[in-house]
Design a binder for this molecule. Structure first.
Ligand code: G1P
Length: 283
């Protein structure tokens, strides 16, 4: 039912300067794979067939990553490096299933999503933020499997003192897996959060959200917030939070990014033993 996904990748990545001066932050690798590829693979697992990237200036490396690299492919082919060749080709999608639209200015997540409106029909669409990296079960697949209409977000409990960094939910009926969302506020000031249940960067949004985004004024940080558009929908359509089972890493922060690199490395047969040994001797 959910066949399209939007990947907002227009952000400047200022928290990772100087690394992100010329390199899109979504191309930063965890172990050996760029963040954006993890997000796209998660979407593929969920049955997504069309991939819409909302990009900006200096983001062409992302387009190149999902295209042929003829020189590299021919060299790998000639040298018989089949495994490497497969890795390079793995990311090729069906021709015409990947679209790029430019955001032109970093005016917020809501604005980025709205920029994709002409590529979305009368259908629900997934939104994935590559900064939020999930280890284990693909969160967006769990959401697509559970989705029964309306809007849906991935949620998890965060420490009280971190609520001001997230969209925070006012929870209603809660069966431990799905939570009815009665309210949503973007980055509440310290001490004002309605709960510590935070939205993580996985969404399924219905077409009405685009209309709301089109009318929307700037919210927190002077930016058009997806959170505000979703909150405006409450009362007119169902709004559900799904507690996903994977482990989420905040790769928008340096510490989260380092934790992700360690956690993902410890999952790898070719690295786990040596890394575990090294960590034990150094801690
Ligand atoms: C965005 C959303 C926020 C959400 C967060 C999850 O914020 O605006 O509601 O909780 O992603 O990572 P950002 O981290 O881009 O500031």
């Amino acid at each position: 039912m959910v066949k399209k996904a939007i990947f907002p990748v227009g952000g400047l990545g200022t928290r990772f300067l100087p690394a992100t001066k010329a390199l899109p932050k979504e191309m930063l690798p965890v172990v050996d794979k760029p963040l954006i590829q993890y997000a796209v693979e998660e979407a593929i697992h969920a049955g997504i067939e069309e991939f819409i990237f909302v990009t900006g200036r200096n983001k062409t490396a992302i387009e190149d990553h999902f295209d042929h690299s003829f020189e590299l492919e021919s060299v790998l082919f000639e040298k018989g490096k089949d495994d490497a060749l497969q890795l390079v080709k793995d990311m090729m999608r069906v021709p015409g299933s990947v679209a790029y639209v430019r955001q032109q200015e970093p005016a917020g997540l809501g604005h980025a999503v709205w920029c994709a409106r002409h590529l979305i029909g009368d259908e629900p669409v997934a939104v994935l933020l590559a900064d939020d990296l999930v280890l284990g079960a693909p969160a967006i697949k769990e959401m697509v499997d559970a989705y029964q209409g309306g809007n849906m977000v991935a949620v998890m409990e965060v420490p009280e003192q971190e609520t001001s960094a997230y969209g925070i939910v006012t929870p209603g009926a809660d069966n431990g897996h799905e939570v009815t969302i009665n309210g949503l506020v973007e980055k509440p000031k310290a001490g004002t959060a309605p709960s510590n249940l935070a939205v993580i960067g996985r969404y399924i949004i219905e077409p009405a959200v685009f209309e709301t985004l089109g009318k929307q004024k700037a919210g927190v940080g002077g930016e058009v917030q997806l959170t505000d558009a979703l909150a405006a929908q409450i009362g007119t359509s169902p709004f559900t939070g799904l507690r996903f089972t994977g482990k989420r890493f905040d790769c928008g922060s340096k510490i989260g990014f380092q934790k992700a690199n360690i956690a993902f490395s410890l999952e790898r047969d070719d690295m786990a033993d040596e890394l575990r040994h090294w960590l034990k001797t150094h801690l």
